[in-house]
Design a protein around this ligand. Structure first.
Ligand code: AMP
Length: 624
């Protein structure tokens, strides 16, 4: 690799065999900047202040060295991690589990409020090496004597500024005061407000600062935008990007080897020519691939950051940040692959809801705003395809078909008794047999089916009760439509399936099923994603929709308390429901005279919404 930039490896950072094996399986090629800078500090035992945020690889930056340093025979907690939210605590615990795949007997206890004490007490009693939790609940356990931190060797305050913002800082301090003071302490925070600095001064000894130095960046010639996408929808977003851009060559940046190969495979399956480069391919192969790219043998290169280092190709007109880079510096490097040789370039960044903070950091770094762009919907994609096709025809039509070809056309029309337009249509279909110009009915059905399967699978796979995020996922067909997550009081225990919920909402609220997003089932409740901005009246009416006989009592997930009215006994729900309705906040509007039926309003809502995203009527017409 003609690599001029300094890079290190996980081996060089002293990671043990079991960690290296896992990282290789996970496809992590090299440490991210925060990892390269923090791991040596952790290994040395010094205290650390790290300025980094989610998405930079921060979790592994402390989890890997912590795992590497665990003592085998010590059955008390050796690592303690404080996190601001239960979601983050769970994520950190999951990351530890993932990285500790080959460390026999590793146990971690996630400890957070809102969960029954008993399972936490049981876990702690059984003996764990690492505890990760929210400050309040950790403190509860400390006070009860169920958490022993006397042997904690490393203490990590994760997202300290968030803990401050959420009012946990006193709890954090109290926990710190319970520690021996001899442990290694690391404080991660995206920002350094005064109270955090004070904590660092008081509880950390000669801490080493890890801030990834940002050089000023010039990216003026590059048209930058971002698309907000859900992780699972990235392939579809990429397909739409490819379909709606006319590009010379494109580079798609991903984080792991696996995704490099997977994405390249997908892109090829869509009828484009793509190759992948990543750290696991030989130097020879890499050079061959890059030469192929330079000689226009293919146009799309899928690459990890490491493999793309030192890449000297002027052809890139477009850069896709399929996975967000670890830091602003890599972002600048990545997009700097385009806009070369005095040409303008275009770069897009796919980000998920939880990565939006990293976007802000990048913007600060490049001193410019990255605008959000809407993901093109199906109609736009189709229109672009037609435009491209017309352009190809225009290019070809400069060269007149030979007399012989013209005679074939005449013969076909004559013998088959068809008009030239009809023949042209048949030929277009033949030309695009593998990748039809127009999505076929079968493709649409497949897409519907896979959506349903996904919904079902998600519904069934949630038994581990991972927390549900409040942020909704975008719709696969209308990713630009703003969505909101709702909670409904029917779950697995009522025997519902996602299709029952879709059916009830579609039929009774008149919201087209394509505008009903993800459905996540839990035992006692479920969540459903719907277009945001639902009129209040419709919302109130929706509370009464029944699924399998139970009113769904819809509320805005994470924004208002779930409707606690007990679900009426199924067999006598009619009576019970009627009796209670007047007293419920959701039932207040019921029964007023002269009201339009809910379905009519809901239908209007659906129509309004679809007007905002391009006519749903057009869509229907296409389907039938
Ligand atoms: P975090 O900032 O800890 O939330 O990590 C963000 C994402 O980056 C997670 O999905 C990690 O699995 C992934 N990640 C962390 N370190 C690496 C690495 N060295 N190579 C590739 N992916 C990584």
């Amino acid at each position: 690799m003609s690599d001029t930039e300094h890079t290190t490896s996980f081996e060089a950072l002293g990671m043990p065999e079991f960690v290296l094996k896992t990282l290789s399986e996970l496809g992590y090629e090299s440490p991210s900047p925060i990892q390269a800078a923090s791991i040596p500090v952790f290994m040395s035992g010094a205290d650390l202040i790290g300025q980094a945020q989610t998405g930079t690889g921060k979790t592994a930056a402390f989890a890997l060295p912590l795992l590497a340093k665990l003592e085998d025979d010590l059955h008390k907690p050796q690592g303690l991690i404080m996190a601001p939210t239960r979601e983050l605590a769970i994520q950190v615990a999951e990351a530890f589990q993932r990285y500790a795949r080959y460390r026999k007997g590793f146990r971690i206890a996630p400890i957070y409020g809102g969960q029954d004490f008993r399972p936490q007490l049981k876990l702690l009693k059984q003996g764990v090496q690492v505890v990760v939790g929210t400050p309040g609940r950790l403190l509860d356990h400390l006070r009860r004597g169920s958490l022993d931190i006397s042997e904690v060797k490393t203490l990590v305050l994760d997202e300290a500024d968030e803990m401050l913002r959420m009012g946990f800082i006193e709890d954090v301090e109290e926990i710190l005061s319970h520690c021996s003071g001899e442990q290694q302490t690391a404080l991660f925070s995206a920002t350094m407000p005064a109270p955090i600095k004070r904590i660092a001064d008081k509880y950390l000894t000669d801490p080493q600062h890890v801030v990834i130095q940002a050089k000023t960046a010039t990216v003026d010639r590059i048209d930058q935008s971002y698309w907000l996408v859900d992780g699972r929808q990235k392939p579809e977003a990429l397909r739409r990007y490819l379909e709606t851009r006319s590009f010379d060559a494109m580079i798609v940046f991903v984080r792991t080897r696996e995704s490099a190969s997977e994405v390249a495979e997908k892109v090829n399956a869509w009828g484009y020519r793509a190759e992948a480069i990543h750290g696991a391919i030989s130097q020879n192969q890499r050079e061959k691939t890059i030469n192929g790219l330079k000689k226009n043998k293919f146009d799309i290169l899928v690459a990890t950051d490491v493999a793309a280092r030192g890449l000297d190709v002027d052809r890139f007109s477009h850069v896709v940040n399929y996975d967000i880079p670890y830091d602003s510096e890599s972002y600048v490097h990545r997009i700097g692959r385009t806009g070369r040789a005095g040409r303008d370039g275009e770069a897009v960044l796919f980000i998920t809801q939880r990565e939006t903070r990293l976007l802000k950091t990048i913007e600060r770094h490049i001193k410019q705003q990255i605008t959000r762009a809407q993901i093109p919907n199906n109609d736009v994609v189709l229109q672009q395809r037609v435009e491209r096709f017309k352009q190809q025809v225009a290019e070809q039509s400069a060269k007149a078909p030979s007399a012989m070809i013209q005679s074939v056309v005449e013969q076909c029309c004559h013998d088959l008794e068809i008009e030239p337009e009809y023949l042209a249509g048949v030929l277009i279909n033949m030309l695009h047999s593998e990748h039809p110009l127009e999505p076929t009915e079968e493709m649409k059905q497949n897409r519907e089916r896979s959506r349903e399967e996904n919904a079902n699978r998600r519904g069934e796979l949630q038994e581990d009760e991972a927390p549900i995020e409040t942020a909704p996922n975008p719709l696969p067909d209308y990713p630009d439509v703003e969505m909101e997550r709702f909670r409904i009081e029917v779950g697995r225990r009522s025997g519902v399936k996602p299709r029952d919920i879709v059916g009830a909402i579609a039929n009774e609220a008149g919201i087209e099923s394509t505008f009903i997003g993800d459905i996540i089932l839990r035992d006692e409740f479920s969540t459903v994603d719907l277009p945001s901005g639902m009129p209040k009246e419709l919302f109130n009416q929706m509370k009464k929709i029944r699924v399998r006989g139970t009113p769904i009592r819809i509320t805005r997930y994470g924004k208002e308390a779930p409707d606690a009215t007990p679900a009426p006994n199924k067999r006598k729900f009619r009576d019970a429901g009627r009796g209670k309705e007047g007293g419920k906040p959701g039932g207040k509007s019921g029964g007023k005279p002269g009201r339009k039926p809910a379905a009519a309003k809901a239908k209007k809502f659906a129509d309004d919404r679809s007007g905002f995203r391009g006519s749903s009527k057009g869509k229907k017409a296409k389907r039938s």
